[in-house]
Design a protein around this ligand. Structure first.
Ligand code: GUN
Length: 293
């Protein structure tokens, strides 16, 4: 008999956590405080980025947060973008600032991300916040890694002491997620995983053998279907962070037949994606609590 993996249903879990967030937001506004506010900045016309920003804006409004979207033309200069960020840094109605990546090539991404005041850096991309995360005193958790950890925890996937293999070493997912999963949990750092973590990447020798060690396999590469069933230990939890456009469909980094080997599997769409947006709302509320009390 073929047993299929249990679904790590990010859509359902995101709805639950958004309910918790909406209740916290309502409590704040009823107490006379400003609603937590997110300002998203989108430069250029990339269709995927436009879609992400629309989804983030909609999720804010549905849960009682204030949200503004600043759409700038492709030819915006770095200094114009820096001026907007300065304005948002000083705006008391804005608690979180999100600059959608990728930026056009004529703009230095590092310079822009460093201009966002760390207290409003809800993506956790500023070097100060990456440093705080790395030493175990996070101001914010980065959204996608935090979404992955929440998915594992709320579906009771055992993490502490287990073998995790993270495939991909990006600054947005692989690197911060591997740090979070290997850290010791403390009162300051409750999402830490206490796991044994291996980070694999494009230069890893015998990737399949490394992946087969994993009790928890995280695919965060951006290559459609690259994790195949022969790379998965039977019963392992497989989290698919990939969002790849193939024709008109979104597909993950994990091939569909992995569902017949894995013990748990997050789908694409409906897995990590809705969790990322949820943890962005979570960070925006946390920023409002830190800034306004
Ligand atoms: N582009 C792809 N992922 C992300 C993300 O998590 N945050 C931002 N700002 N841009 C992205």
């Amino acid at each position: 008999m073929l047993v299929m993996a249990q679904l790590l249903d990010g859509k359902a879990l995101a709805a639950t956590i958004r309910g918790e967030i909406a209740a916290r937001v309502a409590g704040r506004t009823q107490a006379g405080k400003r609603p937590p506010g997110l300002a998203a900045v989108l430069v250029g016309n990339d269709p995927a980025s436009q879609g992400y920003v629309r989804s983030k804006h909609k999720a804010c409004l549905e849960n009682g947060l204030h949200s503004t979207v600043h759409r700038l033309p492709e030819e915006t200069t770095q200094s114009q973008l820096l001026d907007l960020i300065e304005q948002l840094n000083a705006d008391a109605t804005v608690h979180g600032i999100l600059v959608q990546l990728p930026l056009p090539r004529h703009i230095e991404t590092d310079a822009i991300l460093r201009a966002v005041t760390p207290a409003k850096d809800v993506d956790c991309f500023h070097p100060e916040n990456v440093g705080l995360l790395t030493i175990g005193f996070p101001r914010f958790y980065p959204c996608t890694p935090h979404g992955v950890v929440q998915l594992l925890n709320r579906y009771n996937v055992p993490v502490a002491g287990h073998e995790v293999v993270v495939v991909g070493r990006s600054d947005i997912v692989g690197k911060p997620l591997s740090i979070m999963l290997m850290q010791k949990p403390t009162a300051h750092n409750p999402a830490a995983g206490d796991a044994t973590v291996t980070v694999a990447h494009s230069r890893t020798h015998d990737l399949a053998a490394v992946c087969r060690r994993a009790d928890i396999l995280i695919a965060a590469v951006g290559q459609a279907g690259m994790i195949t069933a022969d790379m998965v230990k039977p019963g392992a939890a497989v989290v698919d962070v990939g969002t790849n456009r193939v024709g008109n469909a979104w597909v993950g980094d994990v091939a569909p037949e992995v569902a017949t080997v894995a013990g748990w599997l997050s789908p694409v769409p409906g897995g990590v994606g809705p969790m990322t947006i949820t943890m962005l709302l979570y960070n925006t509320v946390a920023a409002a609590e830190q800034i306004d009390g």
